[in-house]
Design a protein around this ligand. Structure first.
Ligand SMILES: Cc1cc2nc3c(=O)[nH]c(=O)nc-3n(C[C@H](O)[C@H](O)[C@H](O)COP(=O)(O)OP(=O)(O)OC[C@H]3O[C@@H](n4cnc5c(N)ncnc54)[C@H](O)[C@@H]3O)c2cc1C
Length: 451
């Protein structure tokens, strides 16, 4: 049996951020990761919104993480009879600003984990936490698939959607199927010049009436998007697991819809298909509106000896690309509370409750898990009203997204707080945008400035 101060389960996006901060505070910290490599998935990339970097952990902002491509514009294309009949590209910013950065999970999470290891964290890959060690209802560590017993003063559960530790500890229940969305992602190679010429620094969404048969079964081509990377693109198609009370066979339907999309949509047939080569197909499940469903939101995110962060805590709304920032934000809050608990020698529920208070004060996490307008997408898809869809696009993926009532308010709150802590924050943000832009142009990813 061994022991440490803080044990972090999961080296995805949140785990290494929490672990690094605990190690920097002098705590003996271990991360367990079941995959061989942090962030390992068959193939998976995403777009991390700018505010994740702007208001997220300093070491990411000050470093050069592996970024594939800055995203400066979101293009919404409305499709009828395979042709684009309308486009909304009002959500755009000039270079070197970015709305987000496309990144592959594996190099990005490996970069994060390397920074944690540099700070003194012990990273154990290919190791799964199979069950928590419980004593009188308090979490005291985990048992691994290698039969080891690792005890700790505080456990940070950063195990994502599929992890069961918090459920086994009796703290949370499984996500409701209606909160889950299945994503299929097609990874296509595409030469950099072709991505530059076809997409520039944009990502694209496609919306079509259900009768077109190119969107997900729920209605409009809800999350039929194309994420763009340095030398590849990812069309992705998502669908809730439960649709109007029915459980569609998504494993069969999603590939069929994507095939229709490839056959019918001229934008794909003419402009994209001749330049791409399929490399891999993958799927994953997201707790897409988990935080917005009161039942999930009311489940605890802490217990005796345990703090739960990121997807495991339901802090995700990735239909709008928010999963990674809230994993980072919650990781930092959990680490602060864990450090304090270890120093006090008290990791009881009463001490760890502070984490929940901090979560509820955080401008972005609360926005992600409480703003009912985020349900709009789902409601619109069920209503099948094109007018509603257009309104939703403007408010979420168009210029309306910056309105004060929508993301403007949390953005301003977070900016005010950052300025209070450091008046030079705006200069640092500009430096970050410029550095990340160069990082993309020069394919540079050095860890030099992260100490
Ligand atoms: C297809 C898809 C597209 C997405 N697109 C976006 C996007 O564009 N923008 C965005 O911000 N978010 C996006 N997300 C959401 C984002 O990926 C998550 O919100 C984010 O990864 C959450 O971070 P996390 O640290 O909580 O969990 P994860 O990053 O999932 O990390 C969990 C880690 O824990 C490990 N693990 C799990 N259980 C155990 C165990 N028992 N023992 C040891 N290790 C364990 C896993 O292997 C994994 O490495 C997307 C998700 C999917 C599936």
């Amino acid at each position: 049996m061994e022991s440490c101060d803080v044990l972090v389960v999961g080296a995805g996006f949140g785990g290494p951020v929490a672990a690094r901060r605990c190690a920097q505070a002098g705590l003996d910290t271990i991360i367990l990761e079941r995959a061989r490599v942090p962030g390992e998935k068959v193939v998976s990339g995403l777009v991390i919104p700018f505010y994740g970097f702007t208001f997220g952990p300093d070491f990411i902002r000050e470093g050069n993480p592996p970024i594939e491509r800055p995203i400066c514009r979101v293009v919404n294309r409305f499709i009828r009879d395979g042709e684009i009949y309308a486009t909304d590209s009002t959500l755009r910013v000039p270079k070197p600003l970015a709305l987000g950065y496309a990144a592959y999970c594996r190099p990005f999470c490996t970069w994060l984990a390397d920074r944690a290891v540099e700070a003194g964290v012990e990273l154990r890959t290919s190791t799964t936490a199979v069950e928590p060690i419980l004593e009188k209802g308090a979490v005291k560590g985990v048992i691994t698939d290698r039969g080891e017993e690792i005890r700790c003063k505080v456990l940070i559960d950063a195990g994502g959607t599929q992890n069961r530790l918090a459920i086994q500890a009796g703290l949370r229940r499984k996500y409701l199927p209606e909160a889950l969305e299945l994503y299929m992602v097609w990874d296509f190679e595409m030469a950099k010049e072709d991505v530059d010429e076809t997409f520039g620094l944009s990502m694209e969404f496609f919306h079509a009436l259900p009768e077109e048969g190119i969107g997900a079964p729920l209605g409009f081509g809800s999350t039929l998007y194309i994420f763009t990377y340095r030398e590849s693109i990812h069309p992705g198609l998502g669908q809730f697991l439960v649709t109007r009370g029915e459980i569609p066979n998504l494993a069969r339907l999603l590939p069929r819809y994507f095939e229709n999309f490839q056959k019918k949509v001229t934008r794909w047939k003419r402009d994209i298909a001749p330049k791409v080569k399929l490399r891999a197909v993958t799927w994953d499940v997201c707790p897409i509106y988990a935080g917005l469903i009161p039942e999930t939101r009311n489940m605890p995110v802490y217990g005796d000896g345990i703090l739960i962060i990121g997807d495991a805590a339901g802090f995700e709304a990735s239909a709008f690309g928010d999963g990674v920032p809230s994993a980072w934000f919650s990781a930092e809050l959990a680490a602060e509370v864990a450090v304090e608990a270890v120093r006090k020698g008290d990791a009881s529920r009463d001490t760890l409750r502070e984490y929940e208070r901090k979560v509820w004060e955080h401008p972005y996490i609360t926005w992600i898990i409480t703003d009912w307008r985020r349900w709009d997408l789902r409601k619109v898809l069920v209503s099948r009203s094109e007018a509603e869809l257009r309104r939703m696009i403007r408010d979420h993926w168009g210029v309306g997204a910056f309105r004060y009532r929508y993301s403007g308010r949390p953005l301003l709150k977070a900016a005010r707080e950052a300025l209070r802590r450091d008046p030079r924050a705006p200069v640092k943000w500009m430096e970050m945008f410029t550095r990340y832009y160069h990082n993309w142009e020069e394919n540079r990813c050095d860890p030099l400035s992260t100490s």
